[in-house]
Design a protein around this ligand. Structure first.
Ligand SMILES: Cc1cc2nc3c(=O)[nH]c(=O)nc-3n(C[C@H](O)[C@H](O)[C@H](O)COP(=O)(O)O)c2cc1C
Length: 185
């Protein structure tokens, strides 16, 4: 285990780190190749170390590899159909459905994606609808009062996949439309 100072000794230049952060994409097409357990463990380890409001860490993870289960999860209501092609799906279970949990869940999800990307693994966020989440809870034995919304799909990116397309500049608003110096108006 590295300490936090060691963790910053990546051997990468600041430009390489920024390029890594800037380059994170949503990957929805995966190769069938299995993921080594160490890769999945590293994603979970980064997740575990995510910061949360008051450090409450109100998250649990259900790691799903079973193809039949992934197929069922992909069939529930939401924008989740590609989950059927994930090699591993990690369902995020939050303690409650409030603003703080929602914010923490977002931070957590992004970090998990970055941890995957750092290992050459593609990942995607997908959300179930309220009904979809009810079905997920029933399938996976998650208590009804917990908040389920997000699954992080993992897998090596498919070579021909759309995620390998270059990210056009217009894929994001320019900073000139986003940044205000000193005052908003
Ligand atoms: C909170 C949140 C929820 C998302 N939900 C879904 C989803 O349900 N299904 C999906 O395919 N993509 C989902 N996405 C991914 C976005 O569509 C993606 O980040 C955006 O299109 C930019 O894609 P890019 O990173 O490849 O440029 C979600 C992203 C976020 C941040």
């Amino acid at each position: 285990m590295t300490n936090s100072n060691d963790a910053k000794e990546t051997g990468c230049t600041p430009q390489e780190k920024i390029s890594f952060l800037r380059g994170l994409r949503q990957v929805r097409q995966f190769r069938a190749e299995p993921l080594p357990q160490g890769v999945v463990d590293a994603v979970l380890e980064v997740a575990r170390w995510s910061g949360s409001a008051k450090n409450v860490q109100s998250w649990q993870f259900v790691v799903v590899r079973d193809r039949d289960t992934l197929g069922k999860l992909a069939g529930y209501e939401g924008f989740v159909s590609y989950v059927k092609d994930a090699v591993v799906g990690i369902v995020i279970v939050m303690d409650a459905d409030d603003e703080r949990n929602t914010y923490d869940e977002g931070r957590l999800s992004e970090r998990m994606m970055l941890a995957a990307d750092a290992q050459g693994v593609g990942s995607a966020i997908a959300w179930w609808s309220e009904q979809g989440a009810k079905d997920v809870k029933a399938l996976l034995g998650i208590p009804a009062e917990r908040r389920v919304r997000t699954i992080i799909s993992l897998g090596y990116p498919h070579v021909e996949a759309h995620n390998n397309r270059p990210h056009p500049a217009q894929a994001r608003k320019p900073l000139s439309e986003l940044v205000h110096e000193e005052r908003y108006s």
